[in-house]
Design a protein around this ligand. Structure first.
Ligand SMILES: CC(C)(COP(=O)(O)OP(=O)(O)OC[C@H]1O[C@@H](n2cnc3c(N)ncnc32)[C@H](O)[C@@H]1OP(=O)(O)O)[C@@H](O)C(=O)NCCC(=O)NCCS
Length: 229
């Protein structure tokens, strides 16, 4: 059926301009190099292939977080969300984690989710740091509103940065927001925000060529261990 473009333009929310996130590389504890780069809308179907197996992993709230990420990325793909972005972590081309969020307005960012698809390497921690780096250093925002859905998330963001508790509701509808201010970010930066630029061309080419995805059993084993099967 042909799309009614006039109605479509009413349904599509306006987008704030967003400068790109410059890619960087982070050497993980196992010696592998993770490329962190911004996804484009057309990447969404490939990204969802790695998110899908996580929907069925109850451990550490992977199910609820993945289901929400899946919906948020689909909403971006189908032009149903305002000013969303997604940053990817790739090792040897494989998607090992992602973060997403959006701009509430020019000065306030809304953090959505962090999903580590390989574990024990602080991949989620590096990706969350990249997301805060994007909001503060490239989007030049004053604050980012964050909630945690899991105890590990709470430890990683609220405690490690540390974020400041507020009574501001968060878009995800759970607990109230905790806020990352510019001061908190720049204080935490030497401890938590790492990576090198520029990314060598061959690494960038590998990441851009294909968003590779591991099979369901491999993803389940990486996230939940053998016991999780
Ligand atoms: C929260 C999250 C992004 C953190 O990612 P991360 O920084 O890469 O950390 P990991 O998940 O690998 O490890 C967290 C802890 O669990 C342990 N762990 C649990 N299961 C593990 C597994 N299967 N393999 C390796 N480590 C595991 C790690 O040793 C680590 O311990 P530490 O905190 O003492 O370092 C990630 O756990 C995740 O995606 N969770 C599900 C979604 C979620 O909760 N997102 C955040 C919402 S607020």
């Amino acid at each position: 059926m042909a799309m009614d473009m006039e109605l479509e333009m009413v349904l599509r929310p306006p987008q704030l301009p967003m400068p790109p996130y410059p890619p960087k590389m982070v050497t993980l504890a196992n010696g592998k190099v993770m490329v962190i780069r911004q996804a484009v809308r057309e990447d969404v179907p490939a990204i969802l292939k790695s998110v899908h197996p996580c929907l069925f992993i109850e451990r550490d709230y992977y199910d609820v977080v993945s289901a929400r990420v899946y919906g948020e990325l689909l909403a971006w793909y189908r032009y149903r969300v305002k000013s969303e972005y997604c940053l990817l972590g790739q090792v040897d081309g494989y998607l090992v984690g992602l973060v997403n969020g959006r701009l509430e307005n020019e000065k306030v960012g809304m953090s959505y989710h962090t999903l580590a698809i390989d574990r024990g390497l602080r991949i989620g921690s590096h990706l969350f740091a990249a997301k805060m780096e994007y909001h503060m250093e490239y989007l030049n925002q004053d604050q980012v509103l964050v909630v945690a859905e899991s105890p590990i998330g709470f430890r990683r963001w609220m405690v490690e940065y540390p974020l400041i508790e507020t009574r501001i509701p968060h878009e995800l509808g759970g607990g109230d927001s905790w806020v990352l201010t510019r001061e908190t970010y720049f204080n935490a930066k030497p401890r938590l925000v790492v990576g090198d630029r520029p990314v060598p061309q061959e690494l960038m080419d590998e990441a851009m060529l294909d968003i590779k995805f591991a099979d369901d059993d491999t993803i389940r084993e990486r996230i939940a261990g053998l016991k999780g099967r």
